[in-house]
Ligand binder design. Structure first.
Ligand code: AVJ
Length: 320
């Protein structure tokens, strides 16, 4: 039995150990995304309840011309996307930039080479005019490199309200890192899911078909698979809570009974009381005041913003 964490082979091992020996228990949402998790997230984006994707798609369709005019510049620009995924939303903007014959390179950054190659291939078929240079790596290392090597104007894209997984202090640090990599006339284009009727938010993170439940429980499935553990997924309940005051949606896995779980690779036994929780994810919702505050703390300024008809979702353009 491991009493103190000694040596861990991976950050995953260490983070799982820390989270499940803490009180209250937690797991980090970034570990949801293995191959199965990626697939489940694709399914989430296609659900009618998960309004975020469609809202952002509509904003891009509606405002692509105005957006393109703001980000375009004499001498061309590099369009750098953090975590591009399948690029479904970005392609709306790329097609418009191509139609208008704007001079730009598209540089999607992702940790997964596989995701990048798929994106590159689909672009070759769908919009072959785009000059794409895929960048495998972590966001900030790659951004730093690009800041050093290219003297073209940079436009950084971060879509999907992915920032919502971060507590405000971490979001500020994230924005500051981007700000450091930006030069005077560079732009940052980002999506922020907005505060709205709490019921719509709860529905988006607790669909009746159980896709989000499977997505959340994929953390346990992954620990079972990679760390040789014996979580019984049926013994946990997916639970979503939304606090309209803070705008924070929180996901949990709640133990339905007193139970013991063994994680062999960590030489760890984890005890759960009945109805004890594991906090797994936050999905922050925003309003203008909060986005302005985050931007100010990070040394950024809001240049303009675009919203959908209901104001459920908003894309902001920031400058230094
Ligand atoms: C990918 C972080 C934007 O929080 O809305 C979807 C992930 N979690 N359903 C979000 C997620 C549950 C998603 N982000």
């Amino acid at each position: 039995m491991k009493t103190t964490p000694t040596t861990f082979q991976t950050a995953f091992e260490e983070d799982v150990y820390k989270g499940l020996t803490s009180f209250p228990k937690y797991l980090l949402s970034k570990y949801i995304y293995d191959q199965k998790g990626d697939k489940l997230f694709q399914q989430i984006m296609a659900m009618p309840e998960y309004y975020l994707t469609n809202c952002e798609l509509n904003i891009l369709k509606h405002h692509k011309a105005a957006i393109a005019e703001i980000i375009n510049t004499k001498g061309g620009f590099d369009l750098i996307e953090l975590g591009a995924g399948d690029g479904k939303k970005t392609k709306i903007l790329l097609q418009h930039l191509v139609d208008k014959k704007y001079d730009f390179n598209y540089l999607p950054i992702d940790i997964s080479q596989h995701v990048l190659e798929e994106l590159e291939n689909s672009l070759k078929n769908e919009i072959p005019e785009v000059n794409v240079k895929i960048q495998q790596g972590t966001y900030f290392k790659t951004l730093e490199n690009l800041a050093g090597y290219s003297n073209r104007r940079k436009v950084i894209l971060f879509l999907g309200s992915n920032i919502g997984n971060l507590l405000h202090e971490n979001a500020i640090e994230f924005l500051r890192n981007i700000q450091h990599a930006m030069h005077q006339d560079d732009k940052l284009f980002m999506g922020f899911d907005q505060k709205k009727d709490p019921q719509n938010i709860l529905d988006a993170y607790n669909d009746k078909t159980g896709i989000t439940e499977a997505f959340n429980k994929n953390l346990l499935a992954r620990i079972n698979k990679e760390l040789d553990a014996d979580f019984n997924l049926d013994n946990f309940k997916h639970w979503e809570a939304y606090d309209p005051e803070s705008g924070t949606a929180k996901s949990y896995l709640v133990s339905k009974a007193h139970q013991k779980v063994t994680i062999k690779k960590l030489e760890l036994e984890v005890n759960f009381d009945a109805w004890e929780s594991i906090h797994t994810e936050i999905s922050q919702k925003y309003d203008d005041a909060v986005v302005e505050w985050l931007a100010k703390e990070a040394g950024l300024e809001i240049e303009t913003s675009f919203q959908d008809q209901e104001n459920w979702y908003k894309n902001y353009i920031f400058r230094k």
